[in-house]
Design a protein around this ligand. Structure first.
Ligand code: NAD
Length: 509
């Protein structure tokens, strides 16, 4: 069954060979090598994309610089209106784009649709934000003086995105950056370049209809020899938002930091759920299972560790076992609506899965369920009993392997919870108010996201998204994340006839 893939590709404007560089409405005839987009479902080549070379990159940079001069002067609510239309174009293309995400990345179709919905939601959010780029006004200590802060557009925002959210990460950054008056250069993961090409095809008409200058929304598909160090070291790019592994994020943060540029780093997680004695297991178990096997364990917020109170440990283990058995029967083609778990991204990820399980066994852990590689890139979600301090448990393995462990006191649970290098998402299932509040207090979870009675996986765009420690410290999406995309300016205005100095200083001549 081909699930209407051919028609979908056609409607999204995907050709057998596509250009990989766009400045908005124009696709550049670029000069680099070809990237093959390989579906993780069956290893077939979906289509190819022509990469940028360094001359193409330079052209994009220059076009973006020129576009910024115009875009920054357009009133923010007018920029918001264009983002509103982009949101509507995404609404129209939701089914097709969701299917392409599923085909190219391997997540199930429902999750592909969910990812496109996140793009639509951030567009709506950004439209509202475009009328709320608020600064404060302050009372001056000097007579006839006024003080205020203003937020101005920053310039070119580089967006480096990971394979597992091939479209949403771009939208979280690009839509806010656009209403803030910035221009965007998107470098997607070379594992999923067609999703990026499709997004640019979708927004093209909106940009054209509104005479948006060429160079506001740019896409550059390229190898890291073209969009690696030279991109992150480029002083013309004041902000780089990077989503990916901690190793890549550290490299980007070091290079951008060396030139005192800004970064938003959204890196790896090692997310845990605490199951307290009073947890309502009927809601906890679906939360755990969605978090650990959803997207085949390839979300930055996937549940990787489960810290279970000893009084409910056996009960939770038995219920999980039943759930994992049911899930095993629903592994398959992610485009099939009966499927719950699709493939992992490639054979490298299958090796990560095998390695994680082998390390657990070597350390003396017990595999409770799973440990099975099926055909191609399909693996059976696995859970095992481990100790938190083992190196393999401390590392993020980006595959569906869940680690479970026991605790006796809440202090111990919080200690185990926080005792990993990463700090992205966390949650506690409890009906005890003291435990819940302690978990989200200053002495509780050290993560950027801390939940009560919902799992770790997935987030709404209304909140600021990101994490602490080796997760990088960046925040994007909702709340006041928009501020990172702007430069802040403090203004003091004297409307009087004298020049009083601050702090009462006298300077007479
Ligand atoms: P990755 O680190 O392999 O790649 C991320 C991006 O960096 C890709 O676009 C890649 O092409 C690019 N890149 C690679 N080398 C580069 C270089 N030298 N210079 C500049 N860019 C370079 O990550 P991945 O495998 O695509 O994604 C999985 C990782 O991303 C996981 O660790 C996951 O937790 C993390 N992630 C984090 C978040 C978050 O919001 N915290 C969201 C999604 C994924």
């Amino acid at each position: 069954k081909d699930f209407g893939v051919k028609e979908t590709l056609k409607r999204l404007g995907i050709e057998p060979i596509n250009q990989g560089v766009s400045t908005g409405t124009n696709w550049l005839n670029c000069n680099g090598a070809l990237t093959e987009s390989i579906s993780p479902i069956d290893g077939s080549v979906i289509a190819k994309v022509k990469n940028a070379d360094t001359a193409d990159y330079e052209k994009v940079l220059e076009t973006a610089q020129e576009a910024f001069k115009v875009w920054r002067k357009m009133p923010a609510p007018k920029r918001g209106e264009i983002v509103r239309q982009i949101g509507n174009a995404l609404r129209d293309a939701k089914d097709d784009l969701g299917k392409l995400v599923s085909l190219e990345m391997g997540k199930i179709y429902q999750e592909g649709l969910g990812e496109v919905q996140e793009m639509i939601d951030i567009c709506d959010f950004a439209v509202g934000q475009s009328r709320m780029l608020y600064g404060f006004t302050m009372h001056s200590e000097r007579p006839d003086h006024k003080m205020m802060d203003q937020y101005h557009p920053l310039g070119i925002v580089g967006v480096i995105s990971a394979f597992n959210f091939p479209v949403a990460v771009w939208a979280w950054n690009a839509m806010l950056a656009a209403v803030c008056g910035d221009v965007i250069i998107w470098k997607p993961s070379s594992k999923v370049p067609l999703c990026a090409v499709a997004c640019h095809n979708i927004i093209k008409k909106v940009l054209k209809d509104n005479d948006v200058p060429e160079g506001v929304f740019n896409l550059v598909v390229a190898k890291s020899s073209v969009m690696g160090d030279n991109f992150i070291e480029d002083k013309r790019v004041p902000l780089i938002s990077v989503t990916g592994s901690t190793a890549i994020g550290k490299r980007v943060a070091e290079k951008v930091g060396a030139r005192l540029g800004r970064t938003i780093a959204e890196l790896g997680g090692n997310n845990a759920i605490v199951i307290a004695p009073s947890a309502e297991l009927d809601i906890a178990i679906p939360g755990i299972v969605f978090g650990s096997v959803g997207t085949a364990g390839q979300r930055c917020t996937s549940t990787r560790r489960l810290i279970i109170h000893e009084s409910v440990y056996e009960d939770v283990k038995t219920r999980l076992l039943n759930a994992y058995k049911q899930v095993e029967g629903k592994i398959g083609n992610p485009l099939d609506e009966k499927t719950l778990v699709g493939p992992v991204i490639d054979s490298g990820a299958v090796e990560v899965y095998k390695h994680a399980i082998a390390e657990v066994k070597k350390a003396g852990g017990k595999i409770v369920y799973g440990d099975k590689v099926l055909d191609g890139n399909f693996v059976v979600p696995t859970f095992c009993e481990v100790e938190n301090q083992w190196q393999i448990v401390q590392d993020e393995s980006f595959v569906p392997v869940l680690y479970i462990m026991k605790y006796k006191t809440l202090d111990e649970a919080i200690h185990l919870h926080n005792d990993v290098p990463q700090g992205l998402s966390s949650s506690i299932f409890t009906m005890n108010m003291r435990e819940a509040q302690t978990f989200i207090s200053a002495i509780g979870s050290d993560c950027g996201i801390a939940n009560v009675n919902i799992g770790t996986s997935g987030a709404e765009i209304g909140g600021a998204f990101g994490g602490e420690k080796e997760t990088g410290g960046g925040r994007e999406s909702g709340s006041d994340s928009w501020k990172t995309y702007m430069r802040r300016q403090t203004n003091t205005i004297n409307y009087g006839v004298d020049l009083p100095l601050a702090q009462g200083i006298k300077f007479e001549f």
